[in-house]
Design a protein around this ligand. Structure first.
Ligand SMILES: Cc1cc2nc3c(=O)[nH]c(=O)nc-3n(C[C@H](O)[C@H](O)[C@H](O)COP(=O)(O)OP(=O)(O)OC[C@H]3O[C@@H](n4cnc5c(N)ncnc54)[C@H](O)[C@@H]3O)c2cc1C
Ligand code: SF4
Length: 459
């Protein structure tokens, strides 16, 4: 260990940008066993490992599995990594590590280059899956039944820990496929859907029942949940697209990011289900500067857009998403315009032909990211054939949850154990915290599952 002065930090190889644009395959190669081991050997094995204590919402045992893989004890690394994290090969791919474990790594702060935690994490589990290892669960041992509403990372995580404890677990998902935003939001080039299906396959084999196309509040009521189950976890996400509240926002040719991305993914699943949003040869403008906006410009370019321009109201340094996704988007030909806020969608013959924007300035010194000020008289038009709004997500209606306390913004209120005000009902993920990250949803699902296990099995 501690080889960081001799071995430099490496990231996994990416396919060349032009090649990436020919399809929706994942762009990163996996580290092979030797590369994972030599990169892991750089780790200092810090007494207080900030990567885990400060950086990782799941507090993964990062230095332990780094040491195990560095010593070529692949099984121990796999077990340590899968013990604490419900799906390390998924989070290794999609976590914004620069803001989490790698951002907190001592070596990064000391300018030696942070340990490539995400790439090593993915390689450990994928390597063992390739060698035939799977995730083993005990048979269902308890008659106690738990319902999980939604099948995103919050519920996938909860189901993993509940199945481990041998509780009879059932997932109810309104969509045709399981996975929530792992399946219908995050594009395939960041996370191949086979990887998500594989985890649900393990759960199904463990006896977890997965009811697809089943909407709580309609096909199963809140009273059914209370009467038929010993506990329920609500992981229904936050799916209302935030609006810019500008003129003509609902015009033809203006699309919500999630509709655009989901339709592209559904077409990949089944070519007969063609996306209604044809970006081919179009000038696409994406409004917003987060990860979803990066996913949209990159998807548009793969669909043959003539140009894909991301317009963000703040500066490049304020972009809230993962740095690597911004770099990937630039490499793939996306263009960026900063410090412009949308003021109006311009419409001709009933369809959007562009949008006007006003320049912005950010005031310094008032804390946070600074206050946004619109520069008067700075309006200008940007032409577009398709405009995608990627302004974030808010809470959708959850009125079917009779009596469950919600915050003013619609978030389900939970305590530090993931419990709502109603006994037996737990919640987590975006439904409680607002649009966030898969790893936070996974941490919430785990926390609620452990509370349910304690309550039902009296451990
Ligand atoms: C485009 C996009 C890209 C993203 N990229 C990343 C990324 O790279 N890295 C990252 O960490 N995070 C990313 N995120 C955020 C991350 O996907 C979410 O924070 C995470 O999926 C939230 O998990 P969840 O389980 O709470 O909700 P969701 O994933 O939203 O899942 C909720 C599920 O509940 C179902 N549901 C809702 N209501 C009902 C009902 N009444 N009955 C039955 N089922 C119901 C929904 O159909 C859905 O399947 C991205 C988000 C988006 C939109
Ligand atoms: S902070 Fe970095 S160097 Fe320290 S234990 Fe974590 S990964 Fe290793």
């Amino acid at each position: 260990m501690q080889n960081f002065t001799k071995v430099e930090r490496l990231s996994p190889k990416k396919s060349p940008a032009l090649e990436r644009l020919t399809g929706f395959g994942e762009i990163y190669a996996l580290f092979d066993g030797d590369k994972a081991a030599s990169q892991a050997e750089r780790c200092v094995q810090c007494g207080n490992p900030y990567c885990s204590t400060n950086g990782c919402p799941l507090h993964n045992y990062i230095p332990y599995w780094l040491k195990a893989i560095a010593e070529k004890d692949r099984r121990a690394a796999f077990r340590l990594s899968n013990e604490n994290s419900p799906f390390p090969e998924i989070l290794g791919r999609i976590c914004p590590q620069d803001r989490l474990c790698e951002g907190a790594c001592t070596l990064g702060a000391d300018n030696f280059g942070a340990i490539s935690v995400g790439a090593i994490e993915t390689a450990i589990t994928e390597g063992e899956f390739e060698r035939g290892l799977t995730i083993d669960y005990p048979k269902t041992r308890s008659k106690k039944r738990v319902a999980l509403i939604g099948s995103g990372p919050a519920s996938l995580s909860a189901a993993t820990f509940l199945a481990r404890a041998g509780l009879a677990t059932e997932i109810f998902e309104k969509d045709e496929k399981a996975g929530g935003l792992l399946t219908y939001g995050i594009p395939n080039f960041k996370l191949d859907k086979k990887i998500v299906d594989r985890r649900f396959g393990f759960l199904a084999k463990a006896g977890v029942k997965i009811h697809l196309g089943t909407e709580a509040g309609k096909d199963i009521t809140f009273n059914d949940l209370l009467a038929d189950f010993d506990a329920a976890f609500i992981g229904v996400g936050a799916r209302r697209s935030v609006k810019a509240e500008i003129e003509n926002e609902s015009a033809n040719g203006v699309i919500d990011a999630i509709d655009f991305l989901s339709a592209a993914q559904i077409e990949l699943f089944d070519f007969a289900k063609k996306s209604p949003y044809n970006a081919k040869n179009k000038n696409v403008v994406v409004i917003g500067g987060g990860d979803t906006a990066m996913d949209c410009v990159r998807t548009a370019l793969r669909l043959g857009a003539k140009s894909a321009t991301c317009v963000y109201r703040r500066a490049e340094r304020d972009m809230p998403g993962a740095k690597k996704e911004f770099i990937n988007a630039k490499e793939e030909g996306a263009e960026f315009i900063f410090n412009l806020a949308p003021s109006k969608i311009v419409v001709k013959n009933g369809a959007a032909i562009g949008a006007t924007f006003e320049e912005t300035k950010i005031t310094e010194g008032d804390g946070g990211r600074g206050k946004l000020i619109i520069v008067k008289g700075s309006e200008r038009l940007i032409d577009a054939d398709m405009i995608i709004m990627a302004l974030g997500f808010a809470h959708h209606d959850k009125s079917w949850l009779n009596g469950v306390k919600l915050a003013e913004n619609g978030a389900i209120l939970v305590d530090e154990y993931g419990r709502t005000n109603i006994e037996k009902i737990y919640a987590g993920g975006d439904a409680t915290r607002g649009a966030s990250l898969a790893v936070n949803a996974a941490a919430d699902g785990k926390k609620a599952a452990l509370s349910i296990i304690r309550a039902l099995l009296a451990v």
